[in-house]
Ligand binder design. Structure first.
Ligand code: F6P
Length: 551
């Protein structure tokens, strides 16, 4: 069992490789090797993964693959798929991959077979979705459902939201799915103000069914329903729940037959494949949801069987570690160019940063090396007018992932060619940069005098040598999206193994929740406080003194 990866002799060899390559410009790498694109790109179904615009050479990659081997990535991967309790601080298996197993395949969690209950719950989810989509499911006043509101947060929100948005072209038309996660009452009020309680169904999505944000919104939803429907006995027409805590869901007042099960061996941020994906199935239908599962399943098989050197999630992970731990970059940016992928970066923020944003290793020691990066991102085109200045000329190295479909449903040439030209150009510009000769020639051609050029030249220089991975896929269909998500899930897994972390617990979210509950009690009493530091006391007391009476 490898504990601290930096103690491996290989780590120093990688540091030597960094010293050798750190001042080599990718421009020169491409000039010296016209086969670079062929060498450093992989086609997986309809997805082309181009990782040639990275600061690596074949030797670098060999060393990084060795690192994955010496950290036993393959063995850990097999433990995960076998359902062993690799989430050791909670004694749990990590089996989100089992949710997309093909029917008939057997899966286990902590030695228990789980395949049948997974299939049964999936059939229940599909049946409910179908009855809503075909207007068989009726509200308390016998009207069909026109609006579904998913109330959840974190993995009970971001995954379903991201997928539903990304697959908008596949969504049913006469049924709208909404997502509410913020405890700020504006979120649920803004959502409900245009809806009709008689034709609205709420999904209370919460693995623990104890999350304050979700429960506060759930109570507001319940009141909103009862204002119109009046009889509590009719709530079952408008209220379903998804949880691993069936008792709490039923105690809240969700009819037992309306509670959909999820399990402790599925982490929240990995749960969109479970009944947490109910809103997705309602939106895109069972067939498209199966395609989403299929896409992920095929990546699971690729991840389990492809040699590490041709293994996309492994390569994504190793390239990320190369910059994070050797180039000391502290962030990565996700740049989807497809508008419907606008929530993809936010989804990955939780998936990546809640998994690997940790400073304690699997043995409980404080790590003495960098672990999870700061992940941010936005639609690429919008980002070009927001933070690309920093990406091109800032002092920080920010490795980028760019993602784009070759074709979309409408494929209006005027739009799509412009979109494609931008993603290709930006990746090229980040890699190439612009040197003195090029800037001088450009300014001369614009008719500038030597003196003007001398003044302006420094600001027009682009260092370049800024790395990007580019994912080009035929179209953003359910199967392709499922594959892309699974690639990132397994990338996160591999990085966690190499950093010797448990990527599947999240103790770091507990303290804030605990303190919030204590302060809420103080706010409810309304008495000025002196139980905290002077800043927190000051803020609380200022709020108590200035808040409107009724709030
Ligand atoms: O952010 C902490 C967290 O526990 C996430 O891991 C989880 O996805 C989210 O809160 C919501 O939890 P639940 O689904 O139990 O309401």
């Amino acid at each position: 069992m490898i504990s601290n990866p930096t103690n491996l002799p290989l780590w120093s060899i990688l540091q030597d490789e960094y010293e050798r390559i750190k001042d080599v410009h990718m421009r020169d790498m491409f000039e010296q090797d016209p086969e670079r694109f062929e060498k450093f790109s992989i086609k997986f179904n309809d997805i082309l993964f181009d990782f040639s615009k990275n600061r690596i050479e074949s030797e670098t990659l060999k060393l990084l693959i060795n690192l994955a081997e010496q950290c036993n990535v393959g063995e850990w991967r097999d433990h995960m798929f076998a359902g062993d309790p690799i989430n050791h601080t909670e004694g749990r298996a990590v089996q989100h991959a089992a949710l997309r197993q093909r029917p008939g395949k057997r899966a286990f969690a902590n030695g228990e077979e789980i395949s049948q209950e997974i299939e049964e719950e999936l059939q229940r989810v599909k049946a409910l979705a179908e009855s809503i989509r075909t207007r068989q499911w009726r509200g308390a006043t016998n009207q069909p459902i026109t609006d579904v509101v998913n109330i959840g947060i974190g993995g009970s929100h971001l995954g379903p939201l991201m997928v539903t948005e990304a697959l908008r072209p596949y969504a049913i038309h006469d049924l709208k799915v909404h997502y509410v996660n913020n405890i700020d009452e504006n979120h649920i009020n803004n959502t409900l103000e245009a809806l009709n309680p008689e034709t609205t169904l709420f999904i209370i999505a919460s693995k623990s069914f104890t999350t304050q944000d979700t429960l506060v919104n759930a109570h507001t939803a319940r009141e909103w329903l009862l204002n119109r429907i009046e009889n509590e006995s009719d709530l079952h027409h408008h209220l379903v729940a998804v949880s691993a805590n069936m008792e709490a869901a039923q105690a809240f007042g969700v009819a037992p037959e309306n509670v959909f099960k999820m399990w402790d061996w599925v982490g929240g941020r990995y749960s969109l494949w479970s009944a947490i994906g109910l809103s997705i199935v309602i939106s895109i239908g069972a067939e498209n949801f199966d395609a989403l599962l299929d896409g992920a399943y095929e990546v699971d098989q690729h991840f389990r069987t492809a040699p590490l050197a041709e293994n996309i999630p492994v390569l994504m992970a190793l390239i990320g570690i190369w910059y994070n731990n050797f180039f000391n970059s502290e962030s990565i940016v996700i740049l989807p160019y497809d508008q419907n992928m606008h929530r993809f970066p936010a989804y990955l923020q939780q998936a990546d940063m809640e998994s690997n944003g940790k400073c304690r290793d699997r043995q409980g020691n404080h790590v003495d090396y960098q672990t999870g990066p700061i992940l941010f991102g936005e639609i690429g085109i919008a980002s070009q007018h927001a933070f690309y200045q920093l990406l091109h000329q800032g002092t920080k190295l920010v490795p980028a992932d760019m993602l784009v479909p070759i074709s979309n449903q409408r494929c209006i040439a005027r739009h799509h060619r412009a979109l494609m030209s931008n993603i290709f150009a930006q990746a090229e510009a980040l890699m190439l940069g612009k040197n003195e000769d090029e800037v001088t020639a450009e300014l001369k051609a614009e008719g500038m005098s030597a003196e003007e050029i001398e003044k302006l030249l420094p600001y027009k220089l682009f260092p370049g040598n800024r790395p990007t991975n580019t994912f080009v896929f035929y179209t953003l269909d359910p199967k392709t999206l499922g594959s892309l998500i699974a690639m990132y899930e397994h990338k996160i897994f591999v990085q966690g193994i190499i950093w010797n972390l448990n990527s599947f617990d999240q103790w770091g979210v507990e303290l804030g929740k605990k303190l919030a509950n204590e302060i809420l009690t103080e706010l409810n009493t309304g008495e000025e406080v002196d139980s905290h530091d002077c800043s927190t006391n000051g803020l609380i007391n200022y709020y108590l003194r200035t808040r409107p009476e009724k709030s």
